[in-house]
Write a protein of this length. Structure first.
Length: 86
């Protein structure tokens, strides 16, 4: 059972507006700093914990893509890089 307050919060316009503003901020970072990993992008944003959610949303909207993988400068692990789609 889902609590009605949870449902109201889910459908809240402010939530959508917040997601859209986070997407815009992250897209701007990707445009200005092409081919960073998500962890590297996180260091450049005010919304540190939204990057992992917003990048796949931007990819599904056709704004960004993952051209290749490389070693991340933050984690040291192999990670996808993000670039603006043409």
């Amino acid at each position: 059972m889902i609590h009605e307050n949870s449902q109201a919060a889910y459908h809240c316009a402010d939530r959508k507006k917040n997601a859209e503003s986070q997407q815009a901020e992250i897209l701007k970072i990707v445009k200005e700093n092409p081919e960073l990993t998500s962890s590297e992008i996180s260091l450049k944003t005010k919304t540190l914990f939204s990057v992992w959610k917003r990048l796949p949303e931007l990819r599904s909207q056709g704004h960004v893509h993952n051209p290749y993988t490389r070693s991340c400068e933050v984690s040291g692990k192999k990670a996808m890089v993000w670039a603006v789609s043409l």
